[in-house]
Design a protein around this ligand. Structure first.
Ligand code: G3P
Length: 416
């Protein structure tokens, strides 16, 4: 006979297991419904009407020329020109490298550079390009290639250091010019997505060369190293901040937290996917409570329906805390930027989500400069014109089914 003492814990365990299984089943059903509904909506939706182009902005910060790009065609033209003009070295790293017209142009440009004797090193992510046939990546034999593997040998011994995708989008040419930002390599991004990238021309290009080398030359890597490069000057006005899982460092999150905590007047944040952890969310709320004008631009409908729904789970809190939610219309906005108090800005590859801030390889450029911040504010103002501001009244009127979906998905937040 089973003793009553043993029955109690067993019964509790059984209830807990059944509840967890039930929750997972409900979540799976909700995700499947959202994905299916989204697929139907996309088919029915006329081609998106596009977006106003904020322009290209040039300045000089710390003896380095800065160019802010907001349109893919302009950026790709200048990136390709830099590769085609390379004399010594090309370092290229990307999360997504599509097998389309833009992807082919980059492939041909790096191959041609290698063929004329330029040292070419490329890194691209294996997982991010699973749908691209391997045969597309046909490199000149002199191109040094690292395809970030989905599974790495150190996974069993040191799982944290052996996971993470390379989510970076970097190009450095001759240690003289560097590019970083949200743009992956692909034709879709050239004209149909609003994104932001920065070019550095001059001494601060070192920052991005160093970012690339910090992964290529990682002590755990078994490949010929790039030569060490000394910084021409050490100027904290322009700094690359690198998340390097292999070294267990994720500083982008703390740089964001620190800047948000310092804000006294305004925070203008743009992100493709907004699934903040509790500390980032609290920092934004605290800023708003002390009178800082906090505004976030998010896509009204991004390319990831699940990310959108996880993001929506935060809207009630943001609106209740007087944080302005601006939903970008008629196009995907993929930029990962912020500018604070007219003096500090950040542009890079990291989204405001757990994958970017605590899992992936990322590089963001932190710039302390008023002129640069003015450019970023001009970009934010132009993007705001293409947004609809979500009001608490509108949000409260959403259907109970929408509220249910947001609530059921809350436990998935730590995974994206
Ligand atoms: O991961 P990101 O921010 O580069 O975005 C990539 C897109 O989601 C591709 O589907």
């Amino acid at each position: 006979m089973t003793s009553p003492r043993a029955t109690g814990p067993r019964m509790l365990r059984s209830i807990a297991l059944r509840s967890a299984a039930g929750m997972v089943a409900v979540q799976a059903a909700v995700v499947a419904t959202l994905v299916a509904t989204d697929a139907v909506k996309r088919r029915q939706r006329a081609k998106r009407s596009g977006f106003p182009r904020p322009g290209t902005f040039e300045h000089t910060v710390a003896d380095t020329g800065t160019t802010v790009y907001t349109y893919g065609e302009d950026l790709y033209r200048d990136m390709l020109a830099a590769i085609r003009g390379a004399r010594h070295q090309v370092l290229l790293e990307t999360f997504i490298w599509k097998d389309d017209e833009v992807g082919r142009a980059f492939l041909e440009a790096v191959n041609a550079a290698a063929a004329r004797g330029v040292q070419v090193h490329v890194m691209y992510d294996g997982f991010g390009n699973l749908v691209v046939p391997r045969s597309f990546y046909r490199f000149h034999p002199d191109v040094h290639v690292y395809r970030f593997p989905v599974l790495r040998p150190r996974l069993l011994l040191s799982p944290l250091q052996a996971t993470g995708l390379t989510h970076r989008k970097l190009l450095v040419v001759d240690q003289e010019v560097g590019f970083v930002g949200g743009y992956n390599v692909g034709s879709l991004y050239a004209t149909e997505w609003r994104d932001t990238h920065v070019r550095l021309t001059g001494p601060a290009a070192f920052e991005l060369g160093h970012s690339f080398a910090s992964v290529w030359n990682h002590p755990s890597a078994r490949r010929p190293k790039l030569p060490h490069v000394n910084p021409g000057s050490w100027d904290s006005r322009v700094r690359a901040i690198n998340n390097i899982p292999a070294s267990l460092v994720y500083p982008i999150r703390s740089v964001y937290l620190d800047a948000i905590h310092r804000a006294t007047d305004h925070i203008f944040l743009t992100t493709a996917y907004f699934i903040p952890d509790q500390q980032i969310l609290s920092a934004l709320i605290e800023a708003s409570r002390r009178g800082v004008d906090v505004r976030v631009i998010l896509p009204e409908n991004s390319n990831h329906v699940l990310a959108d729904w996880l993001s929506r789970g935060f809207y009630s809190t943001l609106l209740a805390e007087d944080i302005t939610v601006l939903l970008y219309r008629n196009a995907m906005i993929h930029a990962k930027t912020a500018t604070i108090d007219g003096q500090w800005s950040i542009v890079g590859t990291a989204n405001i989500d757990r994958l970017s801030l605590g899992f992936n390889y990322e590089t963001n450029l932190e710039i302390h400069d008023r002129d640069f911040a003015a450019d970023m504010e001009a970009v934010f103002a132009a993007d705001s014109e293409n947004c609809r501001e979500l009001t608490a009244g509108q949000w409260d009127e959403r259907s109970p089914a929408a509220w249910f979906a947001e609530t059921v998905l809350v436990p998935l937040r730590p995974f994206l």
